[in-house]
Design a protein around this ligand. Sequence first.
Ligand SMILES: [Fe+2]
Length: 434
Amino acid sequence: MAQLKPVLSFPAVQPEERRGDALARQYATVRALSELLTATLSAEDQMVQSCPEASPAKWHLAHTTWFFETFILSTHFEGYRPFDQRFRDLFNSYYNAIGVQPEKALRNTFSRPGLDEVRKYRQHVDSRMEKLLASSVPTDSVLDLVELGLNHEQQHQELLVTDIKHAFWSNPLRPAYQPDAPRQAVAASAPQKAQTFAGGLVEAGHDGRSFHFDNESPRHRVFLQPFRIAVRPATCGEYLAFMDDRGYERPELWLSDGWKAVQTHHWTAPLYWEKSDGAWYQYTCSGMRKVEESEPVCHVSFYEAEAFARWAGARLLTEYEWEMAAAQSAVKGNLLESGSFHPQPAAAADATPLLQLFGDVWEWTASAYLPYPGFKPATGALGEYNGKFMSGQMVLRGGSCATPQSHIRATYRNFFQPEIRWQFSGIRLADDSI
Ligand SMILES: [Fe+2]
């Protein structure tokens, strides 16, 4: 696969530029990336759905297109004729206000429409979207929907990567999704240290001056006790020490639900790890390879992150602590643009005091995914985007090696159920500064 960097540069909006023109360029960039991410996948590859949380790649390509057709073209493009009226239900994910939707587990049964048809569907929608953005018709609220649609597609790009990784791992042939992904020379990771934050009354949440999801707002005040935060995420080597200390066999280290998950799923290591001839190997987007102790550990559940923290005499950060620590950091790191598709060791020479806040691995927090004070979901069907999932999930922060750089920010809240492991999810420790 070609290096992703040139394709991914998200052009900055010039002050004198029409917003429609800027969004048209961003639209072309984002849509092209989805094509690039699936360019090496066959039609058969794009049908696989190997775990309940994943979706087939072809479905991602169609559903992201459905989003633009359903929420923008159907109501804001005069005389718009749907590519296929039946797709309105077929590629609906979870929007009850739009209509019925097929059960998620059945997405891998959609052999029709075929991949060629889905590609034609994308072209049909793209040409109308280009026309709409080039015109003077769209109001600011329609352009806001376009921006939402682009961010929605970026979320699905990350899912596409994690879903195809799981699909290829599930295949006994263990094909590599990105056989030629660049890999950093294995180095010792930066030494682990703690940085102290004074806490106090701080503001958290998005200030509303640029694009954000509704779950990031409103900005509000919170009081934090002083705390200490690890300068980098936990490494595979540190996690191996937890495993060697019988971490998966000691119920006292686990939350009750976590211990139940260990027993139910027979967890003995992170997802994708396998022991062979006394050594640990892991499946990566580039195929099977030896576990490198200097790399951040990833594909762990919230329960594993929490048990590891307890074993280490520490705890996980709250999402507010994470946001306060990240507020002054630039959004840069090992994100999708690097093309590595795998977390890399923390560089000791990095000048910033906190390393790898953005990229490499999503960091599980100790915070339940709940509405901020004063939270109001968007009106209409799009109110279902985030708000209705605020139950039984934990917040993750910072993005991963599969997150597009222009998609992530300090206020961004990702969320998954605590037993989920197929995302690039890792661990950053904290403790109370007393
Ligand atoms: Fe979606």
